[in-house]
Design a protein around this ligand. Structure first.
Ligand SMILES: *[C@@H]1O[C@H](CO)[C@@H](O)[C@H](O)[C@H]1NC(C)=O
Ligand SMILES: *[C@@H]1O[C@H](CO)[C@@H](O)[C@H](O)[C@H]1NC(C)=O
Ligand SMILES: [Zn+2]
Ligand SMILES: [Zn+2]
Length: 440
């Protein structure tokens, strides 16, 4: 085929494609609104609230989501989704709705709770001492089950397959990384995930193109001196003072070495010394987290954390070892939204709730293991608001007073279902995209 013929052939494909889309664009734009009203049906809403409360009462930590994933599988079966894989990544469940054929699009929910005591006194508070769903993952799991049910009700309209990812261990355990490594997303074209937000109003959606959340890592250091009597410091080498100097020095990394326009965080959150008031301990353990918006800054600050701890400890005649705990807590890369998926997401958000309900956000320094999906395939992450006048200002995630406004459940469920449905419709109405890319 000559160059000229090729160009006109491709042009015809483009025209055909815009024709297909414009014919059905009215119907397409109704999908998010329709799915939202379906998710708001009383019976559907009550079903979701029941699931969320059951999960909330029975929180399980990362890779221990045995009962939660059992509930997920039972609900999938009840709604007729019998095609699923379990276990994936220890306790994960991967479900399939649709034609069973390409294209594939994935929706993700995290299932794990946090090791902390719930302080909210309510009928459905955590029944497990020292464990709590304080990040809303009970709501995320429920929303994905809700989306699955909406999709199942309209399975004959799906132009491809939706892969439902119920992942374990988001809170540090990098369950997403294990899901990717399990190979279950190999043919998936795109993945969507969301997080509840106490800062946005009910039904507000927020995201941005590109960088959304920071990369994060952990460190732990053992600073060793020589223990002794607190009244006789001359015979001891005090690791408490050494550790204090280390912490002071660590705080100069961001203020003095980082570009002020390239946000970074170093926080020492853990400090363990002697149990006694009058004993200088042999060693002190400190631990913390660091965040950065780019892999380059992340690597730099990580290297400097180690250097500062070991050299500053030696100033006080102590020895220090630093452990980044990467085997147990793989560092999370920055969460970066695919630039083609963002306008797509935004069109769904606007069709669902109107332009005024979508908020383009600034990047934030929290992090998400959703980033592991985005390293493997195009992905998009967003926030769904739950604040309304029935609720006083709501505490941040990871607070023992964290609460979920359950009115958010239909928004999350229908958003996920809309993203998948529209993605498949728009993807399959395109003449084979990779073919066009290859030829051009
Ligand atoms: C630090 O390590 C050196 C070399 O192993 C050792 O000689 C010294 O006693 C250690 N100091 C402390 C305070 O542990
Ligand atoms: C698109 O075309 C490529 C190359 O011809 C093929 O490998 C791929 O499976 C096709 N994808 C779909 C979704 O049909
Ligand atoms: Zn969290
Ligand atoms: Zn979370």
């Amino acid at each position: 085929m000559s160059g000229c013929k090729l160009v006109s052939f491709v042009l015809i494909l483009h025209l055909l494609n815009s024709f297909l889309i414009s014919c059905s664009s009215n119907e397409l734009s109704q999908i998010p609104k329709n799915l939202l009203s379906l998710a708001k049906r009383d019976e559907f809403f009550d079903w979701m609230v029941g699931i969320r409360r059951t999960i909330h009462e029975n929180p399980e930590l990362g890779y221990e989501e045995v009962e939660t994933s059992k509930l997920v599988r039972a609900e999938l079966k009840k709604m007729g989704v019998s095609n699923y894989k379990y276990p994936v990544a220890v306790t994960g469940v991967i479900g399939y709705v649709g034609t069973g054929q390409a294209p594939f699009v994935a929706l993700r929910a995290d299932m794990d709770a946090l090791p902390m005591q719930e302080m909210v006194e309510w009928e459905h508070m955590s029944k497990v001492p020292g464990k709590m769903h304080a990040c809303g993952h009970d709501a995320h799991t429920t929303m994905l089950l809700g989306a699955a049910k909406l999709l199942k009700e309209h399975e004959d309209e799906l132009q491809g397959t939706v892969v439902l990812v119920f992942q374990p261990a988001e809170e540090g355990g990098a369950g997403a990384k294990k899901i990717v490594e399990a190979g279950v997303l190999d043919n998936v074209e795109a993945i969507f995930g969301l997080h509840v937000s106490n800062l946005l109003g009910l039904g507000q959606l927020s995201s941005r193109e590109g960088l959304l959340m920071a990369g994060s890592g952990r460190f732990e250091a053992k600073i060793s001196g020589k223990g002794g009597h607190a009244a006789l410091p001359q015979f001891a080498i005090d690791p408490v003072l050494a550790a204090s100097n280390v912490i002071q020095s660590l705080q100069q990394l961001v203020s003095r070495e980082a570009d002020p326009l390239d946000s970074q965080v170093v926080t020492v959150a853990k400090f363990e010394g002697s149990d006694a008031f009058n004993v200088i301990p042999d060693f002190v353990t400190i631990g913390g987290t660091f965040r950065a918006l780019s892999p380059k800054s992340f690597a730099q600050i990580k290297q400097r954390i180690e250097q500062v701890i070991t050299t500053q400890a030696s100033v006080s005649k102590c020895n220090a070892t630093v452990d980044f705990l990467e085997d147990v807590f793989p560092p999370f890369p920055p969460t970066v939204n695919n630039k083609d998926l963002h306008p797509f997401y935004k069109s769904i958000a606007v069709d669902m709730l109107g332009a005024e309900s979508f908020i383009e956000t600034q990047p934030v320094m929290v992090s998400e293991d959703f980033a592991f999906y985005q390293e493997a395939i195009p992905g998009h992450f967003s926030f769904v608001g739950m604040q309304n006048k029935n609720h006083p200002p709501m505490p941040n995630p990871h607070s023992p007073y964290f609460e979920v406004n359950e009115e958010i459940l239909p928004y999350g469920a229908s958003l996920l279902a809309s993203l998948a449905t529209r993605y498949l419709l728009e993807s399959s109405s395109l003449p084979n995209k990779s073919y066009m890319k290859d030829e051009l």
